[in-house]
Design a protein around this ligand. Sequence first.
Ligand code: XIL
Length: 446
Amino acid sequence: MLRRLIAAAALLAAALTAAPAAAAGGPLRDLAEARGIYLGTAVTGDRLTGGYADVAADQFGSLTPGNEMKWDAVEPTRGSHDWSRADRVVAFAEAHGQRVRGHTLVWHNQLPGWLTGGTWTADQLRTLMTDHVTAEAGRYKGRVDHWDVVNEPLAEDGTLRRSVFGATLGESYIADAFRAARAADPTAKLYLNDYSIEAVGAKSDGMYDLVKRLLAQGVPVDGVGFQAHLILGQVPASLEANLRRFADLGVDVAITELDVRTTLPATAEKLDRQKADYASVVRACLAVTRCAGVTVWGFTDSDSWIPDFFPGQGAATLYDEDLYPKPAYDGIAGALAPVTPPAPGVCSVTYAVTQQWAGGYTAQATLRNTGTAPLDGWTVRWSQPAGQRVTQAWNTALTQSGTEVTASHLPYNATLPPGGSAAFGLNGTWSGTNPPPTSLICTSGT
Ligand code: XIL
């Protein structure tokens, strides 16, 4: 009975989650693709069933295994690999037309006990590391879109982190890892990934210099991943400029682990702020041509690392624990909304002879923007088959050629808001009769 209830709740949640996606014009993954980036999420492989699987598949164009590709997961015993959990995430992604961000080949955390408990010479450690990279990148050759080859190489001040790799091997371990990864999977984009490098500052300067050095040595670095584990209200103002300066080095950039944590309990006000924060990170990526995409680090608060690692904080993702989309979902959808070219303005025009005397007349025309978008420039055309000649005009740039008259906007009345109008006038000469034009054609544009 309980299981039935849970299944029913999952179905209901799935149905509810479809609503805002439809309202925003499509699931997040489609909105993102249409804007030229991917929207991805980290997932927990053994949760990929029911409503969790539905949301993961429907809304995201890229999956990152949250833990399943880490060294401790794939080689718990030295020399004996267990790919089953990683395989499952990759197979799920392939079944749902999703890319895979491989995470991560070389990192100082979540290492197998046999490695951290052993004593190794520098040469032994280097060989263990490159063998591991070769085995894992080779296993998923051609099936991983991006690899986080080295994760978190830097200390907070931007110098090389004194991890087991940094301390034992020096900076050269990074180049070795990238070269081994390239050899094992020539098509995957190879990334350096770190946290607290989102803003321009000491740590991101360190990363910037590191990437420059690696590129100068011909190391195959294709991209830099900005984890973006952010605190509510603290999206760095320099995020976009920072992404751009890395892109200008000739590498791709990506937001790889986005979440926005807050102290609990989360209030409506905080969730609104969070919506704005998610939107501004997505907008920063969209603004930088070489930003490949944005990955959120878990899509539901029930699958977020934050409460375990930051006591008293949480609510960091875009769906709540029951898989209801939070305001952050709408924030992302809004940022990804299609950019519609401004609708062409629509205008109408009236014309009246306001004074007439022997041989001369004055006419007034009024042009109105009858569309819903601003009118950016306008031209009115008509003909004067009775041979009238315009001798003077005001509030318009007017020319006459034969019987055809063309009256266009001047700089000061070019732009008309919806419902707005502009009046112009003219004096002319006539003989015989002075009939008003039978049709005036109003067109928009400069
Ligand atoms: C986290 C996972 O989400 C947790 O499940 C795990 O217990 C610890 O690691 N930076 C990273 C990720 O690069 O691999 C981390 O993932 C979060 C911080």
